[in-house]
Design a protein. Structure first.
Length: 515
């Protein structure tokens, strides 16, 4: 596909769709939105099929001068490929989830989703510093509107909180970008990834980027906007928020913080570990006592993202690959869980756990899909959740056995709150007649659940499909980090054993000479 601007086309298709739906009626708008997202999904499949795993790091590159030295620079590596594929896979499902639930101002609703798809793909494909920033920040606007207009009773509070939290950190990041462009003489991201910034400057640059990415993840204690946003957002808004928008923070760490500021990343690694360990335990305990299904899943997202950040800052291949797989798996599984909540919310219009119970009797197929996604969330072997957590914990253990122990505690707590949720919703006695009368999945809901279930099982059974495209890029990142890699307690143990072994060999040799 040399010379074919497939990335620009993937940005253009939903943008054209967004303009088209603004003047269409409800039925036409949702059909246009579905067709636009399906076209992008097909283009995403072509992108994956044509990606050369053993080829150059940056592929499908596009360059065009725009104005005042600003260039349109697009290109992807294996890491960006996987996140773009996740985006275009989830977007048609989001449109399907909104098919019957959005009645007022449907044109604007679908336009916001299509605009958000353009911006999310742009974040992962941008190769210019300021183009990335524009896409990264502009993505706040459609999500802010989706929550604020089509959300629940407290939607205004949740939308303002979401916008202000995420905007504040990004202002610091913009200032850091200006300094970097001036110091390096370029805004080209691949060039900046190899540029050696002064060590004293890396500290401040890392903190400026961390202020933005930590909120996006979100990391504890700046996570409080996420439960409110999830609870108030419509079902499709929660799916795309958990599925893709949270992954922008992890992508930022991989693309900017780690390769551009390796010494500062090593310096602040203990801070990241500490905040992430606190998040794993605290948010898991909070999830255990929730009465709202969406709020419980929202807190579980914070815990899962904490394991991602710990794996990223383990500075080894297993930790980095595991973190990427957790991001992909969480995007699928959390999106599927929010979708499952939306299915019963559309029928009963409540998210209170106590209003349900015994759904396995009247909704057996729903109970089966919900069980699969629950098990994937807690990392059952054979599902997508297991592979990422296993690799990430392996990488973390190489760095620190204590950090790995805390992460494992969080996984155990995750099993507790997810199984407790499933038991109360699906098993037990049917206490409410209206819940007992709910019909099982219809054709539209089957069409949304089946693709998610297939990919969750595919990733769990044969993860090489998802590991192969990013392995070369992860290895390059690990090599970049190796000189600055911090010494964990595992390294100390190994270093302590080696001199003792060498000493014993020397003593044996000396005794042999004496004899």
């Amino acid at each position: 596909m040399s010379g074919f601007p497939i990335l620009s086309l993937m940005l253009l298709v939903p943008l054209v769709g967004a303009v088209a739906v603004l003047k269409a009626g409800r039925e036409q708008a949702r059909m246009i939105a579905l067709v636009a997202t399906l076209i992008d999904a097909v283009l995403g499949a072509m992108l994956w099929a044509k990606f050369d795993i053993g080829g150059a790091q940056w592929q499908f590159t596009e360059r065009a001068a725009l104005f005042a030295g600003f260039e349109w620079k697009l290109g992807i590596d294996g890491i960006a490929l996987l996140l773009i594929a996740l985006t275009v896979f989830l977007m048609p499902i989001c449109i399907g989830a909104s098919w019957n639930s959005i009645e007022k101002r449907a044109g604007e609703y679908y336009a916001a989703f299509l605009l958000m798809e353009t911006l999310m793909i742009g974040v992962f494909a941008a190769q210019d510093l300021f183009l990335f920033y524009i896409m990264f920040e502009a993505g706040l606007i459609p999500m802010y509107l989706i929550i604020g207009i089509w959300g629940g009773a407290d939607r205004i509070y949740a939308s303002y909180k979401f916008f202000l939290y995420t905007l504040f950190g990004s202002v610091l990041m913009l200032i850091a970008m200006f300094w970097m462009a001036n110091a390096a003489g370029t805004t080209d991201i691949p060039t900046l990834m190899q540029y050696n910034f002064p060590v004293h400057a890396q500290t401040w640059l890392w903190l400026a980027f961390f202020a933005s990415f930590a909120v996006k993840m979100p990391m504890w204690p700046v996570h409080t906007w996420l439960p409110d946003a999830h609870v108030q957002a419509p079902t499709a808004g929660s799916v795309i928020l958990a599925g893709v928008l949270l992954k922008m923070g992890g992508y930022g760490f991989i693309r900017f913080s780690l390769p551009m500021f390796p010494e500062a990343s090593a310096q602040f690694a203990p801070l990241v570990w500490g905040l992430s360990m606190a998040a794993v335990v605290i948010t898991s305990l909070i999830a255990l006592v929730q009465h709202d299904i969406k709020k419980l899943i929202a807190y579980s997202s914070v815990a899962h993202m904490a394991i991602v950040t710990i794996g990223l800052f383990a500075f080894n291949q297993q930790g980095l690959e595991g973190s990427m797989l957790i991001m992909l798996s969480h995007g699928l599984v959390a999106g599927a869980l929010f979708l499952a909540v939306g299915v019963i919310y559309d029928r009963l219009h409540t998210r209170e756990i106590d209003r349900y119970g015994g759904l396995a009797i009247n909704m057996p197929y729903y109970a089966l899909f919900f069980l699969l996604f629950t098990m994937a969330s807690i990392g059952l072997p054979g599902t997508s959740g297991f592979v990422g957590e296993f690799l990430s914990l392996m990488g973390v253990y190489q760095m620190s056995s204590w950090v790995a122990l805390v992460c494992t505690t969080g996984i155990i707590l995750g099993a507790a709150y997810m199984l407790y949720l499933y038991r109360r919703v699906v098993f037990g006695v049917q206490k409410n007649e209206d819940a007992a009368a709910m019909p099982d999945l219809d054709g539209r809901e089957w069409a949304m659940m089946v693709p998610l279930a297939i990919v969750v099982l595919w990733m769990g059974v044969y993860p090489e499909t998802f590991l192969a495209p990013m392995r070369k890029d992860i290895a390059a990142l690990e090599a970049r980090l190796a000189p600055a890699s911090p010494k964990g307690d595992s390294d100390v143990k190994i270093a302590a054993v080696k001199p003792a072994a060498e000493g014993s060999h020397a003593e044996m040799a000396h005794e042999g000479e004496a004899h």
